[in-house]
Design a protein around this ligand. Structure first.
Ligand code: SF4
Length: 234
């Protein structure tokens, strides 16, 4: 897809869902947090939901965890403007509680549409919720992180959530190691399925038959299309 076409499609999708009221979380949000970054990114970083600062600013990954993410990106010679970041939920759960299954099952279609439009080489899932959603498992993040999962010919790399690593030195160590794997995957030429198995120290798991089809769906009939104040985000 032409680069500017992806950007236009993403903007169009933003307009379509920015006033979403498909679950109860719209009632308590300050801002809808669509995601931000480059529509032509080779990787989408996926978190779980906006926190307090994200809700206030309308942007994903601000505050301490955001600064850590910036530092980790810098360590692999990337900047925010080159990648795309989104959460499963676009509205903050009150009190920063965990997302509920029913909320994820409604809002995931927004994320899947973003993935379809951007069509990145790699999905980097941050933490338990996005990992379990994308690779369709109930396993915990500890046993999954750092492995490459091939889901429908797309690579998925689960990593610890930066917020969880902030105060846990052991998690920070493996987070830094896992970022180096991002660099290796993005550095590969051509289709990942053609050569990813040949990279030493990358453990590859074929999850193509997991049933995680990453297709957008659901009823978007109540989503309105209004003017935007987040155009600069992508
Ligand atoms: S489905 Fe997503 S975007 Fe819509 S109200 Fe719920 S959390 Fe917000």
């Amino acid at each position: 897809m032409e680069n500017n076409i992806k950007r236009e499609r993403l903007k169009e999708f933003y307009f379509k869902i920015k006033d979403c009221q498909l679950c109860e979380l719209y009632k308590s949000r300050t801002n809808f947090v669509f995601g931000s970054g480059n529509a032509n990114s080779p990787v989408i970083f996926i978190g779980e939901a906006p926190g307090k600062n994200e809700d206030i600013q309308g942007k994903p990954f601000v505050g301490q965890a955001g600064r850590l993410l910036d530092e980790l990106l810098f360590s692999i010679e990337l900047e925010r403007s080159e990648i795309f970041i989104a959460n499963i939920l676009k509205c903050r759960p009150p009190g920063n509680r965990d997302p509920r299954i029913e909320e994820i099952n409604i809002c995931k279609n927004h994320l899947f549409k973003q993935i379809e439009i951007i069509d990145p080489k790699l999905l980097c899932t941050m933490g338990k919720f996005s990992t379990q959603l994308i690779i369709n498992t109930s396993a915990g993040i500890t046993g999954l992180r750092g492995k490459i999962f091939m889901v429908n010919s797309r690579a998925v790399l689960p990593i610890n959530h930066p917020a969880a690593a902030l105060y846990t030195p052991s998690r920070m160590v493996v987070l830094r190691e896992d970022f180096q794997k991002i660099k290796k995957v993005l550095g590969m030429k051509g289709k990942l399925t053609d050569g990813i198995e040949n990279i030493e120290d990358l453990e590859v798991v074929d999850y193509s038959s997991s049933g995680s089809t990453l297709r957008a769906g659901g009823d978007e009939s109540s989503i309105s299309q209004n003017k935007d104040e987040q155009l600069g985000l992508f």
